[in-house]
Design a protein around this ligand. Structure first.
Ligand code: PEP
Length: 249
């Protein structure tokens, strides 16, 4: 049984005071962890505060990115080793904004996936269908390439722990989400790809989330889909009231 998973992605928003206020406002209002697991992905400056908060809450912590080296002369980068040491649970990797503004490729994402797993955290690998879909008529290609390249060399024991985010970039922050049927189709394709790369058992363990203009109105239908195990919410995760409505769908 895959536990539904909902992740808020604050991106480069909020002040420390606003972030702490957000956390105060969701205290004691999170769903039972057996029913829905919830996480907030935050920028490095909030992570200490977030991990402290998570010690006394069912909320899980996530970083929005990290580097693939544990230590060294990499000015400005975030170490997966330090994130793990701090108690971070998840690391979001390959978000379309990282790919667009910071030239992240599947190869780089693959190195980061391995670094995150090595440090006992769980990667949330984001895949954007425009990465290849526009270039080909072969419907499978857009998902096979990023998923296969990101997981290259990852053992099946580790692969079953990972989370994949289907995040069409045309839906991110636009207010125009993918339809429920498109989302189910895409998530099903991702699961089939994992089954082909590994096997059915691994594919049945991997949680696949949808991200792109999720809100309190569309979350319920999305969560009913067979292969949609959860959602990633950006804009809607900035206001505690809206985030609470989403996680308590
Ligand atoms: C995201 O960036 O991961 C995201 C889902 O953003 P939004 O909800 O704003 O579309």
């Amino acid at each position: 049984m895959r536990t539904p998973f909902i992740v808020g992605n604050w991106k480069m928003n909020l002040t420390l005071e606003e972030a702490n206020d957000f956390l105060d406002q969701i205290t004691n209002k999170l769903p039972d962890t057996n029913k829905v697991e919830c996480a907030i992905a935050a920028s490095p400056i909030f992570l200490e505060s977030l991990t402290k908060y998570c010690k006394n809450s069912p909320l899980k912590s996530a970083a929005e990115n990290c580097f693939y080296k544990d230590k060294g002369a990499y000015t400005g980068e975030v170490s997966p080793y330090s994130l793990s040491d701090m108690g971070i649970n998840y690391v979001m990797l390959g978000h379309s904004e990282r790919r667009k503004y910071f030239n992240e490729t599947n190869k780089i994402v693959n190195k980061k996936v391995k670094a995150v797993l090595k440090n006992n955290m769980i990667p949330i690998i984001c895949c954007d269908e425009t990465m290849t879909k526009q270039k080909t008529d072969n419907h499978m290609d857009w998902v096979v390439n990023p998923v296969a390249e990101s997981l290259n060399g990852v053992s099946s024991k580790n692969a079953q722990k990972i989370v994949i985010g289907y995040e069409p970039s045309w839906a991110i922050g636009t207010g125009k989400s993918a339809s429920v049927s498109e989302t189910q189709e895409a998530c099903c394709l991702i699961r089939k790809t994992i089954a082909e790369l590994y096997d059915e058992e691994v594919a049945n363990q991997v949680r696949i989330l949808y991200g792109g203009s999720v809100n309190d109105k569309n979350v319920k239908e999305l969560m009913k889909q067979k292969d949609v195990d959860g959602v990633l919410a950006g804009t809607a995760s900035l206001k505690p009231k809206e985030f609470l409505e989403i996680i308590n769908y």
